[in-house]
Design a protein around this ligand. Structure first.
Ligand SMILES: [Zn+2]
Ligand SMILES: [Zn+2]
Length: 332
């Protein structure tokens, strides 16, 4: 069978199965939960995006007074900031992993490199195609949602909260961004797999079976509208603008890391930093599993959780084959 590639064809296979975070185990395991929040959820990338949100609020965002009327100059500045930061992260990872090939194939999920001659992609080139959809459509729709949020803040149309008024609440909401983003992702992503919606939008993202950093938000504009609607929660729930920025960066930039195609980044040939997300990588390979992300394990609840072990993949393939047989589709 050729449709379902497996790790046995040479890509990196992490030694441990993907497990549901300790947050959902019973009885509660507070030490394990704390360790998971600090190392699994926050370190290092969550902290990077929190730092980026703080720095952007202080140095890379016009003051709310100046955003009280919607004007092209400041919306363009927001776009420029978002596009520059995405390019820094996605472009940096692409340069390190795919142009310099600094760690060769070490920790790479697929042995193939990104497509440079495929009719699936604009100009036949996967990276150029992915950059186009990310920057032209992705950054624009992301920046528009963000800009309208600033405009509404500046005109007191939506509530906001100062850190001095509710530090604990805002600290919880900061962590809450990671949960809200992943619940929101599961819900709209599951809907996009409904065949009519899949064909007219989500299919574009799924052209990338073998993903790279620029694949992260390489999506159809219709999908971007759904994907970045993550901001809408903050139109009714009061938070500080830093949390709005964090939402944008987590939604817009973190997929560059999770789609990097490499499970770990190696620095100096040794030090390893967590990068790719095998859970979502499996979704790109098999389509109808792992619709969500591990922090909110809705796939476990709905029976679509694939944990990445070779024996789970073999069982999944077996099921998939018999479903095809029942549907009268010949196996190849
Ligand atoms: Zn993806
Ligand atoms: Zn999908």
């Amino acid at each position: 069978m050729t449709e379902i590639p497996t790790a046995s064809r040479g890509g990196y296979q992490p030694p441990d199965p993907i497990e549901v975070p300790p947050l959902y185990s019973w009885p509660p395991r507070p030490v394990a939960i704390l360790r998971w929040i600090t190392t699994g959820l926050l370190f290092p990338w969550g902290l990077v995006f929190i730092a980026l949100a703080l720095a952007s609020w202080h140095f890379l965002t016009p003051s709310l007074d100046r955003m009280a009327s919607l004007e092209i100059w400041w919306v363009a500045l927001i776009w420029l900031r978002n596009a520059a930061l995405l390019t820094l992260v996605a472009g940096g990872l692409h340069w390190w992993l795919y142009i310099r090939r600094a760690q060769g194939q070490a920790y790479k999920y697929h042995t193939r490199w990104l497509a440079t001659d495929s009719r699936k992609f604009l100009w036949g080139d996967q990276v150029r195609d992915n950059m186009f959809w990310s920057l032209v459509s992705g950054c624009t729709i992301w920046s528009l949602y963000e800009s309208v949020t600033w405009w509404a803040y500046a005109n007191d149309l939506i509530p906001q909260m100062e850190w001095s008024a509710a530090p604990l609440y805002l600290a919880i909401m900061t962590i809450g961004v990671f949960f809200w983003s992943t619940i929101h992702f599961y819900l709209h992503h599951r809907a996009l797999h409904w065949p009519p919606l899949f064909r007219c939008s989500h299919e574009l993202h799924h052209r990338n079976v073998n993903t790279g950093p620029w694949t992260g938000i390489a999506m159809h504009p219709l999908e971007h509208i759904a994907y970045f609607s993550v901001f809408l929660l903050w139109w009714v729930v009061p938070v500080h603008p830093v949390i709005v920025l964090l939402t944008g960066f987590y939604q817009g930039i973190s997929p560059a890391v999770s789609h990097s195609g490499f499970d770990q980044l190696m620095v100096n040939g040794r030090t390893q930093v967590k990068a790719g997300d095998l859970f979502h990588q499996l979704h790109h390979q098999y389509f109808n599993v792992n619709y969500g992300n591990t922090p909110t394990p809705l796939d476990k609840l709905f029976g679509t959780w694939l944990d990445g072990r070779p024996e789970s993949l073999a069982a999944f393939k077996q099921r998939w084959r018999s479903q095809r047989r029942q549907a009268g589709v010949p196996n190849t």
